[in-house]
Structure formats: structure tokens, C-alpha cells
Ligand binder design. Structure first.
Ligand code: PEP
Ligand code: MN
Length: 282
């Protein structure tokens, strides 16, 4: 069945595939993969600093960390908000990393864009149309996660909202969809990677952390995602996963992240891609 995605995201809208570049040289869609890593939530200065140091040395080029958290329960940790953003930015700068972080509310887009290199739209907000328009106007690249139950066409139409505001820098992120099976948190749909390559010019990355919910599955699914042609990964990493304020069970330890980065190089090379060069502390 032909895709009903809109004209701007369509493969035929551009002669070349889109490459989204961040200030520190990280790119999504080029020869080098984008390796985005960090905690689910920014919790403290030492937590984000330790994590930034380790992931940068292991080869990550983008630091992730939530300061505004979309939590199922309003009683759960909601994030450190602007203080979290400040800590995230400072840690990233110390290690040559770019920053990707979620913005939840159109009223915070300007404030988050002032600190972040890339704005994440979370799965729960994929169809928050006023928010999509606002990040479209922000001038910052956008990481658009797939909704919990979104079809590929709905996801591409969400991207269309951002593109329509004149923002061409949209990266799609597959993060798993709801299934009937509680064995994994979500069902990671890796078939969308080659499917989207045929349908859209936009880069696609994979988040195996939310996609599986289990740290033990993250390495295999990361390798599989890159083998399938993903332009990068978004992986949760925490100094002490057992003590994490959010998403501990799916967060890699430092050792597990080093192992993943070490094994990724060969798979990347097998599909004509490479890892970013390790960042040197500045
Ligand atoms: C996250 O990246 O921590 C997050 C909340 O992701 P998602 O929107 O995919 O659930
Ligand atoms: Mn998370």
C-alpha cells in the first residue's frame, strides 16, 4: 500500500537524503552514526558529569538526559527542569558532546532551545500538534519519537508539521510500540528502518532502551538496528541503574555501554558506516 505521508517528508521531495548536523560535528544520516547516550533523567551534577565523561570516552557524540519528564504518574519524579538543563549543558560542554533533551510544553520551547542542540519530542507528544509547530519554529533540530501506538503514516504526518514551519532538520526515532506481550516493555519495530529509508529522506535512529525496557537486550538490538541501516542510536546509561530516578531496568551500566560501543564498530563497518571519533574532554 502506498504511504500517505505528506509531500515534505517524502523520499521524492529531495534529491539527497537529509543529513542533520549538530554544532559539535555530530551528524544523523551521514557516514558516521550518531551515538546518543545518557541517563533517562538528569538527577544531579555528579550523575550527569560521570555519565558524560564515560559515554564521550566510549565514542558517543550526543548526551541525552531528561529535564522535563513525561511520567505516567504525576507522583513520579518529574525532572529537575531548568536546573537539569543547566547541568546537562555544562556536562556536555566539558566533554565535547551535543545535547538532546525532551521538551514537553510549547511554553518551554524557547527556554529548552536556549540550552539544547536538539529538541526531543517524546512518544506521548508525537501528535501534540501545537508543540510540533512550536519546535518547528524554534530553529533547532528535532528528534521525533514514534508514538506508543502510531502508524508509520501518522508518524510521518507528525514530521510534516515540523517541516511545514520551515525546519528541515527532523530525525525520526523508533522506540517501540505497544503490543499485547508484557515480556518486553514495548515491541521494537526494526522493520521501519529499511521501510522508512524507502519512503522518506529523513534520518532514522533507534532507541533500544525504551524499545525493550530491559538492559540485557539493549546491546543485541543496537547491533541489529545498525545492521538494518539505522543512522544512529539513543541509549540510556546510568552510573547506578538500580538507583535511577526513572527507567533503571533499561539503563546500561558504564561497563555495558563500553561493551556495546566496542562491538558496534564492526557491525557499522559491515554496512558501510562508522562510529563517531571519541570526544576529547575540552
Ligand atoms: C525518554 O527518552 O526518556 C522518553 C520518555 O522516551 P519516550 O518518549 O520514547 O517514552
Ligand atoms: Mn526514559
Amino acid at each position: 500500500m502506498p504511504s500517505r505521508n505528506g509531500p515534505l517528508a517524502h523520499r521524492t521531495a529531495r534529491a539527497e537524503r537529509t543529513v542533520v548536523r549538530l554544532r559539535n560535528g555530530a551528524s544523523f544520516g551521514g557516514d558516521a552514526l550518531a551515538l546518543c547516550a545518557g541517563p533517562c533523567s538528569v538527577e544531579s551534577e555528579s550523575q550527569i558529569e560521570q555519565t558524560a565523561a564515560v559515554v564521550a570516552a566510549a565514542g558517543a557524540n550526543v548526551l541525552r538526559g531528561g529535564a522535563f519528564k513525561p511520567r505516567t504518574s504525576p507522583y513520579s519524579f518529574q525532572g529537575l527542569r531548568y536546573e537539569g538543563l543547566r547541568l546537562l549543558r555544562a556536562a556536555a560542554d566539558r566533554h565535547g558532546l551535543a545535547v538532546v533533551t525532551e521538551v514537553l510544553d510549547p511554553r518551554d520551547v524557547e527556554g529548552v532551545a536556549a540550552q539544547a542542540d536538539m529538541l526531543q519530542i517524546g512518544a506521548r507528544n508525537m501528535q501534540n500538534f501545537p508543540l510540533l509547530r512550536e519546535v518547528g519554529l524554534s530553529g533547532r533540530p528535532v528528534l521525533l519519537k514514534r508514538g506508543l501506538a502510531a502508524t508509520v503514516d501518522e508518524w510521518l504526518m507528525a514530521a510534516e508539521y515540523v517541516l511545514l514551519e520551515g525546519n528541515e532538520n527532523v530525525v525520526l526515532c523508533e522506540r517501540g510500540i505497544r503490543s499485547y506481550d508484557p515480556a518486553t516493555r514495548n515491541l521494537l519495530d526494526l522493520s521501519v528502518v529499511p521501510l522508512l529509508a524507502a519512503t522518506t529522506h529523513l534520518p532514522v535512529i533507534v532507541d533500544p532502551s525504551h524499545g525493550t525496557g530491559l538492559a540485557s537486550l539493549v546491546e543485541s538490538m543496537s547491533l541489529a538496528a545498525v545492521a538494518a541501516g539505522a543512522d544512529g542510536l539513543l541509549v540510556e546509561v546510568h552510573p547506578e541503574p538500580a538507583d535511577a530516578a526513572s527507567d533503571g531496568p533499561q539503563s546500561l551500566t558504564f561497563e555495558q555501554f563500553r561493551s556495546l560501543a566496542g562491538r558496534l564498530a564492526d557491525v557499522a563497518a559491515a554496512v558501510g558506516r562508522r562510529l563517531p571519533a571519541p570526544r576529547l574532554a575540552v
